[in-house]
Design a binder for this molecule. Structure first.
Ligand SMILES: C[S@@+](CC[C@H](N)C(=O)[O-])C[C@H]1O[C@@H](n2cnc3c(N)ncnc32)[C@H](O)[C@@H]1O
Length: 194
């Protein structure tokens, strides 16, 4: 398998996981609109979610789409959608290493899914031509970018949302605020974050 085009060996199937045969051809195609540059080149170093790191990352939008960035600089936060190009697409049941409980792909934020689309709400630090400086990413360096949208706190924020299997942690976060990993407090081994 070409690592630039598909799953890498560190995504091998674990005990308790189930894969299915995918359809012979996809129903639609996407255009990658740019690439995301992050400090992480290996999964083991990558944050598990967007709030785990305060690293400044660069979103490089292809020159042809630069006009589409007009007024993006007025946004404090953006929703980024990106393509987890190194993840397998055929898993329906997964046992993430940090949970060891079998769960359905659609109840997880795992990058392994039929359409390996990830999202993050990022803080926009600045725009320089076709490059955006942002904080709040959890992807490998070079991850393809699918879309950029403004984050509307008034409509996108759902403060009482609950994930049942993760409830206790959600409640902790709500009462204790976000736990942000900083350079001086690296992610702990075996951290139980989604
Ligand atoms: C758990 S996912 C969360 C993704 C996103 N925040 C979301 O909720 O949609 C983040 C993990 O995906 C993996 N990952 C990062 N970049 C990837 C890529 N380009 N291809 C496949 N997996 C990737 C890393 O293991 C990283 O810790």
């Amino acid at each position: 398998m070409n690592p630039a085009k598909g799953p890498t060996p560190d995504f091998g199937i674990r005990p308790g996981e189930q894969a299915v045969a995918l359809p012979a051809s996809p129903d639609a195609g996407v255009y990658f609109i740019g690439r995301i540059h992050t400090p992480w080149t290996e999964r083991k170093d990558c944050p598990k979610n967007a709030r785990e790191s305060d690293a400044v990352c660069t979103v490089e939008v292809e020159a042809r789409y630069a006009p589409a960035l007009k007024e993006v600089e007025t946004c404090s936060h953006l929703v980024l959608l990106y393509w987890m190009d190194k993840a397998p697409r055929n898993l329906v049941l997964q046992t993430p290493s940090h949970y060891a409980t079998q769960r359905g792909t659609f109840s997880l934020r795992s990058p392994a899914r039929p359409n390996p689309i990830a999202l993050s709400v990022v803080k926009l630090l600045g725009v320089d031509g076709n490059k955006l400086s942002v904080v709040g990413l959890d992807c490998l360096d070079g991850t393809p970018l699918l879309d950029i949208k403004p984050y509307f706190a008034s409509t996108d924020s759902v403060p009482d949302a609950v994930v049942g299997w993760h409830k206790r942690k959600d409640e902790r976060d709500r009462s204790g605020g976000l736990r942000l990993r900083t350079r001086s407090s690296p992610r702990k081994r075996g951290s139980k974050e989604a």
